[in-house]
Design a protein around this ligand. Structure first.
Ligand SMILES: Nc1ncnc2c1ncn2[C@@H]1O[C@H](COP(=O)(O)OP(=O)(O)O)[C@@H](O)[C@H]1O
Ligand SMILES: [Mg+2]
Length: 351
């Protein structure tokens, strides 16, 4: 994609908006020490939307709080626009807008009035209020009381508040949490709009597929470490182990598999009589039309043929599958307790 190519070129010329290396943070709790971030590396290119993805508890909020100087790291380095955090934070904080916790607005005041108060507080020019309301698409509802807003509108007002000082980098920690699909769509569109106007948006989410549609690049983390990074398309393409495949529905899947094998296709049975068909490892090219043709030749008519699309959620599961295997190897399940009744008697007999 030319837009992405241009962004990449830009990112290579300029520094990263955010660069994190070998970041670590251990919390001390009553139960002992807990490592929330364990050697995290992160690169957020300048311009575009960057998804910072990982399941609940993987260390996203902890990382963001360290970026904003709200908590201190145990070790590692954070740079925002080339400034060392937290030392040089005062120099760059004016270029950063963030939503980490739900901001407090006055429910009885309008969205506009709330922003006017905030603008006065941070010394932003009054004309910015109208501009930012426009940017998040709240013009028209800006004079309604905050408490009448939908969750999506409330969240967009929070985004508007971060825009008052016209920052270059926006950091949103799970901005779509608790929103309905319409609200999620609004926030996605708002983030896209910001990126298209040259801002860098760093957005965290534990719903990996939700961000897939809006992010130009992503970092996927698990247990405080980076698991994958890059353009969404590249990650998805790389994840398709064994190349592209299609899901095929035919009346006789077993015979279909037998027909496809000599032509260089491998077919794996799926539930409900479907087959997942891909090119055998040593075979070049993949043409789904060839599959329908081969099967039709044998009187097997394809009722359905769907390309299999990997999503970020499945990439994540793939990436952590080995980890889970490893965990079960090092910690075998505890032995079963002796079964009561006849089963135990049977075992006694075997001795
Ligand atoms: N203040 C804290 N004290 C102790 N443990 C914490 C604290 N904050 C977060 N944690 C733990 O650190 C881990 C990472 O949390 P967090 O950064 O909030 O993850 P995420 O934002 O990805 O859901 C979690 O297991 C969480 O329970
Ligand atoms: Mg969080």
């Amino acid at each position: 994609m030319p837009v992405n190519a241009a962004r990449r070129a830009l990112a290579q010329e300029t520094a990263y908006a955010v660069e994190v290396s070998d970041l670590r943070k251990t919390y001390r709790t009553r139960k002992g020490r807990f490592q929330a971030v364990g050697g995290l590396d992160l690169k957020v290119p300048v311009g575009g939307v960057h998804g910072f993805l990982g399941p609940n508890g993987s260390g996203k909020t902890t990382t963001i709080r360290m970026m904003l100087g709200l908590i201190t790291a145990d070790s590692g380095a954070i740079r925002i626009f080339d400034a060392e955090i937290p030392g040089a934070l005062p120099q760059v904080i004016g270029r950063v807008g963030a939503i980490v916790e739900q901001p407090k607005f006055f429910p009885a005041f309008s969205g506009r009035r709330n922003l006017e108060l905030l603008a006065t507080g941070i010394g932003a020019p009054a004309r910015r209020v109208g501009e930012v309301l426009d940017e998040v698409g709240l013009t028209g509802r800006d004079r309604d009381r905050f408490r009448t807003y939908s969750l999506g509108m409330k969240q967009r007002l929070a985004i508007a508040a971060t825009l008052l000082k016209d920052p270059d980098l926006l950091i949103f920690d799970e901005p779509t949490n608790g929103l309905d699909p319409a609200g999620i769509h609004e926030i996605r569109a708002t983030m896209r709009g910001l990126a298209d106007r040259g801002k860098t948006v760093l957005v965290s989410s534990h719903i990996l597929n939700e961000v897939q549609q809006v992010a130009d690049t992503v970092s996927i983390i698990g247990r405080g470490r980076l698991l994958a990074e890059g353009e969404v398309g590249e990650i998805l393409a790389g994840a398709r182990v064994g190349g592209p495949s299609v899901r095929v529905l035919v009346a006789d899947p077993a015979r279909a598999a037998a027909v496809l094998a000599p032509a260089g296709f491998t077919a794996h049975p799926l539930p409900e009589g479907r087959l997942e068909v891909r090119r055998a490892d040593d075979q070049p090219g993949f043409d789904p039309a060839q599959i329908t043709w081969l099967l039709a030749q044998q009187g097997l008519y394809v009722a359905e043929l769907v390309p299999v699309r990997a999503d970020l959620e499945s990439v994540f599961l793939d990436l952590t599958a080995e980890e889970h295997l490893g965990a079960s190897r090092t910690a075998p399940p505890p032995p079963l307790p002796p079964a009561p009744g006849p089963a135990r008697a049977a075992r006694e007999e075997l001795r």
